[in-house]
Write a protein that binds this ligand. Sequence first.
Ligand code: NAD
Ligand code: ZN
Length: 390
Amino acid sequence: MCYIGLNAVDPMKLTPSEAIRVRSFAGDYFVLCRRGILRESARQIARLGRFSSVHILSSSRVWRAVGRKVLRGIPPRRNVHIHLFDDAETAKTLATVEAVARKLVRAGADRKSLLIAVGGGVVGDVVGFVAASYLRGVALVQVPTTVVAQVDSAIGGKTGVNLPEGKNLVGAFYPPSLVLVDPEVLGTLPPREFRGGLAEVIKYGVISDSELFGFLERKMPAILARDNGALEQVIRRSIEIKGHVVSRDERESGLREILNYGHTFAHALEAATHYRQFQHGEAVAWGMICAALLGHETAETPANDVARIIAMVRQIGPLPKWPAVPAEKLFDLMRSDKKAKFGKVRFVLSPRLGRAKSYEGVTKKAAISVLRFGPQLILRSLKLPGNSDD
Ligand SMILES: NC(=O)c1ccc[n+]([C@@H]2O[C@H](COP(=O)([O-])OP(=O)(O)OC[C@H]3O[C@@H](n4cnc5c(N)ncnc54)[C@H](O)[C@@H]3O)[C@@H](O)[C@H]2O)c1
Ligand SMILES: [Zn+2]
């Protein structure tokens, strides 16, 4: 196999915060994060070893936006192929995995080939799963092009696709050999995707780093204006946190659960609205507001932290309306979430900013009261700005 990640960086050139090492069962790998890193992709990839052919996999939308930048770093040669496929969430299916794998066969990809996934979480998840299963595993480099993909989905080795019955139900743990994070590619990201991705960044502050949280409180307006320095700083810190968590718990047997802060609620909101009303980050934003309120309800999160979390989330901008779905229905959706164990809903709450724990004993009553009296009402009574329903 082509896992040669360990010597993959030149330590003289990249600082430790630009070259984040992630531990994995299949071998350690690096996440390299720096503006312009894509210009030297060929050099970084060459450190992984020799490949019989290179297959860049992306979507036409992403490729239109960033293809030229990618090709500047990986000059097209005889054995460099480009394959495009639909990256709509509805196309994150086994049928797409099959179509991509067949493109690879037709292009002559063998066990010594390298796949490079260029795109958001959909491209990364599909190509990751193809890499895990094509000829029982070929080497993979992730080039994430959304905030979500850069700080979250490209790191940690979770790959997979949806079934009609639910999201991400078929997949594999399959770590990449290298992740190249170039914040420059975010320049073309639509505003809604960009803002939604920042919800995940806020999440890292809440669960793991009160300093990051404080930085976000001060700098969010600059980040929203896509200030390069501030943006790069929070992306790197988020990668460090995600890398640290998955290095300690790759298969989500414990610690990794804290990454689900806000997500139990978010998944229910997304499912209740058939994935049409919320961009994932927007659902996570609502989910974090709910988790903060639930922390208040259960007396786990100090009131001041609850207020700070809610105010922080509100800074990323107006969110789609809370849906008109009965609280009981949302609760049932949480219970059927694949992360519920033995039908018990587990909630990740923050006992104080910068820390998070998973709680199993939260009562249905407490959760329902958050869902019923509704973040919408509570936010109105808090008179916080920015609610699109105001
Ligand atoms: N594997 C994991 O650990 C993990 C973690 C989080 C999310 N996910 C998955 O990730 C997916 C969501 O990923 P996402 O939020 O990155 O969205 P996405 O992949 O759906 O991309 C969002 C949109 O932005 C476009 N786009 C991407 N990069 C662009 C760029 N640089 N310029 C212009 N347009 C660009 C895409 O074509 C798409 O239309 C979901 O399927 C989710 O399940 C996986
Ligand atoms: Zn998420």
